[in-house]
Design a protein around this ligand. Sequence first.
Ligand code: GLN
Length: 539
Amino acid sequence: MKKFIFVSGGVCSSLGKGVAASAIGALLEGRGLTVRMVKCDPYINVDAGTMSPYQHGEVYVTDDGAETDLDLGNYARFTNSSLSRENSITTGQVYEAVIRKERGGEYLGRCVQVIPHITDEIKSRITAVADADTDVVIVEIGGTVGDIESVPFLEAARQFIHESGEGNALSVHLTLIPEVPGGELKTKPTQHSVKSMQQQGIQPDLLICRAPVMLDESTGRKIALFTNVEPDAVFTSYNITGTIYEIPLIFFEQKLDQVLLRKMRVESRHADLKPWYTMMEKFRARRGSVRVGIVGKYMELHDSYKSVYEALFHAGLAAGVEVALAKIDSAALEAAPDSEGVLGKGGEDVDAVLVPGGFGERGVGGMVRAASWARTRGVPYFGICLGMQIMVIEWAREVLGWKDADSTEFCQETGHPVVSLLAEQLDVTDFGGTMRLGRSESAAAPDTLVFAAYKEARLFERHRHRYEFSNKYRAAMTESGLRISALTPDGALVEAVEWPDHPWGVGVQFHPEFSSKPVAPHPLFRDFIIAARDRKGKG
Ligand code: GLN
């Protein structure tokens, strides 16, 4: 019997619902269950592909090339849930499907309504996520109870819980316990939030209270009394100073997984959380730090490069150092009188440079500067997607002396289009769905840093880009020394490049950040941080 857990949130947004849902997934996996994670996003966009990273944060790309909400990245970092376009359900998709069916005459002349047609579509999409070996599907409902947009999803959850029978579908509700001046913790917002859930017809089975500190027993009992939740099913997600990756263990120590198993009527089984405890040991054992300059254009919002930052943190666990981020606005670097002033802030150089993915011309000059700075000083450099294209442009300009070298994304008239669209994509004008998207294979050349990281020639990573290394310049580039470290298996496209005579300068056309986990740091990020650590160590 497959089980379903609906995770909703109340009081306010940004309480860490995605992390809580993911941590529950990690705990259940620790109990040997096969978990699938789903995000229901109340927005009307069909997917996140057209949303600005300034407003909505990173677009997370799945293996099958879906451009989804960044919450899926949390699922990937905490759990082994397979993730595809099915794991991200948006209002836009649901309405699109229902309207398509209506136009196709599938509703046989009936009046098409939110209940039951929209809710049926939501329920069937949730059910579809569970494949043959799935034990538990964890469904995170975006937004906050009380939001207009969330109503159809909560109504679908209510029906689902009602139809599934006792123990087969549960509600976990996350709320906030604020502290008022004077230090007192207030449970009233939680009581109201649960009342809103009850008004939607859902009685939460478990409550997770975000609070500054661990709630004492009497507060827990009081909350239980007011909300109809059993006292041992009220948990605290208290503020932590360390890392969000400790949250599965914080829940475990409160026996959250035991209570869930009991309520799902799954017989208790051995818990193995060793990888998480080992990870926390590594976290505490870190010594020293390296400072990585991230040179990008979406620096204001932390979430814009979420997976990159997380992957750097994971790499620090592997390298035994703390990774400090120096967020450098590429446009500011472009405008600065010299690179030194920005990358060597106040005389103190960053220990490594990372240029992440991006679109559009703004700030590209600053990224090229950052690449030159790192290349000529032997500072470890990691270029991801656009960051690799920057490496190619910089090489052409500075080593080959082609001062006009550029990507056709930024300059159509250049005499040296070293990065350009694939021929068959040349007349693509329709944004969305025209990119090279999703997981594919690359072949790493022997004796390269890329091969050394993966320890094998075949690698599988996700893509999200339109432009490519221009093949007509391959000979000139390699003859002048730039190494091509990976190609597509048919040899048609360049997937990675690296600098010769440099400690660690690697650019990849794909996005390794999407597959890094705290319990399994990505090998390229790991080697990048190790290179930064070793270079710093040498002083
Ligand atoms: N803008 C570049 C392209 O479309 C790079 C994309 C990216 O970095 N994700 O190819």
